[in-house]
Structures are given as structure tokens and as C-alpha cells.
Design a protein around this ligand. Structure first.
Ligand code: PGA
Length: 238
């Protein structure tokens, strides 16, 4: 829930004027009111537009919700689901999030599916148990082919917006465990192909430090995406 028309215009202008790594797949996720404008004005072909949420049902009497078909209508091709703020502030359950993931995929959106443990859960040695529980709800709903439309974002809650990113080693450890879990719960090819992003205090300086970690496939960026350094993150793999 950040941004104004003016600030979002600045971000889009910045992307349009930058030289972006042509191999990077960039997805920007402005709040709902700015999706249409953003889609119309972003120029680079490797920049897609995402919503930050969607509902689990089609159009109808669900006042205040936004449907997948409406998002597609204004040019979104992705949706972020399960973000920690949806889980912890808005109290969305694993099952509700999983239902939204399935509905979005069935109706033509790709999904950035977020998971992650809180600091208390990490301290209690429950990191993988929590991430597995969040993944299980989605595994139960998806067909194998649905996974082609899913990118997982591992975002430890303690690292989001705190300035305290996970170390590349910590991120790699969890990402590798997530991939192994996908092998067990879905299959090897899905585990190999599913991209796993790291999110939580990624910035223009630390993005490169994750480059050599083989299971870190990219980033989900919050605060730094609102600043010019976002371009450095996009280009971190060059
Ligand atoms: P951050 O946010 O990059 O500011 O930590 C990440 C997020 O909101 O997903």
C-alpha cells in the first residue's frame, strides 16, 4: 500500500530510461489503482505487471474484492499471493491462500507465491516446518502442470522491511530445502524448474551477494523497488 500516481510514474520512467539486463524477467506490482496506467506506460518487453492480491472466486457479489478477470482486463499477468502481510496483518490462512493460488492459475494468471517463517518460529527451530506447511496447502490444490505458473518467494518475515536481510548462506539453505521438499511432494522436474526468489531487505548492494547461491533464482523486492537502486537489483546478475 505504497505509492502515489506521482511516485509510480517516477518508477516507471526510471525503468523506461534504464538499460535493463535483457535476460532478467522483471515483474512490477503497483497497487490496484495504478495497474492499468502502469501496463500502458511500461515500455520494456521483459517487464510484466502484477497485482498484489486477488480473490478466490470469479466476478460477482464480493464487494471490495478484486477478481482475476478484472486484473487480466487491466493488463496484469501475475499476482502476488500469500505475502506475509496478507498472512499476518490480514490473517489469511494457508487454505485460503492456496485456494486463491489455484483459482488464479486456472483463470490465466501466473502466481508469485510467498512463504516464510517469523522470528519466533525461526528461533524455535520451526523454519522448515512452517515453510512446508505453507507449501503443503498449495501442493494439495495444484495439478502438476499448474506449477509452470508458480514462482515461490521465500521471504522470512523477520527480514521484510527490517534492513536485516538473510545471509546468502541462510537463504540458500532454506531454498535448497524447499526444492528438496518439492521433489518429495510433487516431483523432480517441478523441483528443478520452479524458480525460488529470495525476499526481505534486498537492496542495490546486497543483491549481488546471492548470485552464486544455486537455489536463489531472483528476488522479491519491497522497499528498494521504490527507489532508483531497483535498477541495480534488476541488473545484479549481469
Ligand atoms: P523489503 O520488502 O524488500 O522492503 O524487505 C519485501 C516485501 O515486502 O516482500
Amino acid at each position: 500500500m505504497n505509492g502515489t500516481f506521482e511516485s509510480i510514474k517516477t518508477i516507471v520512467d526510471g525503468l523506461n530510461n534504464a538499460s535493463l539486463d535483457p535476460k532478467a524477467e522483471v515483474v512490477i506490482a503497483p497497487p490496484f489503482p495504478y495497474l492499468s496506467w502502469t501496463k500502458e506506460h511500461v515500455k520494456a518487453s521483459n517487464v510484466a505487471v502484477s497485482a498484489q492480491n486477488a480473490y478466490e472466486r470469479g466476478d460477482g457479489a464480493y464487494t471490495g474484492e478484486v477478481s482475476v478477470s478484472q486484473l487480466k482486463d487491466v493488463g496484469a499477468s501475475w499476482v502476488i499471493l500469500g505475502h506475509s502481510e496478507r498472512r499476518h496483518v490480514l490473517k489469511e490462512t494457508d487454505e485460503f491462500i492456496a485456494a486463491k493460488v489455484k483459482f488464479a492459475i486456472d483463470n490465466g494468471l501466473s502466481v508469485i507465491f510467498c512463504i516464510g517463517e517469523t522470528l519466533d518460529e525461526r528461533k524455535a527451530d520451526k523454519t522448515m516446518a512452517v515453510n512446508q506447511r505453507q507449501i503443503d496447502a498449495v501442493v494439495a490444490k495444484l495439478d502438476k502442470s499448474d506449477w509452470e505458473k508458480v514462482v515461490i518467494a521465500y521471504e522470512p518475515v523477520w527480514a521484510i522491511g527490517t534492513g536485516l536481510a538473510a545471509t546468502p548462506e541462510d537463504a540458500q539453505e532454506v531454498h535448497a530445502a524447499i526444492r528438496k521438499y518439492l521433489t518429495e511432494k510433487v516431483d523432480q522436474s517441478v523441483a528443478d524448474k520452479t524458480r525460488i526468489l529470495y525476499g526481505g531487505s534486498v537492496n542495490g548492494k546486497n543483491a549481488k551477494t546471492f548470485n552464486e547461491k544455486q537455489d536463489v533464482d531472483g528476488y522479491l523486492v519491497g522497499g528498494a523497488s521504490l527507489k532508483p537502486e531497483f535498477i541495480d537489483i534488476v541488473n545484479a546478475r549481469q
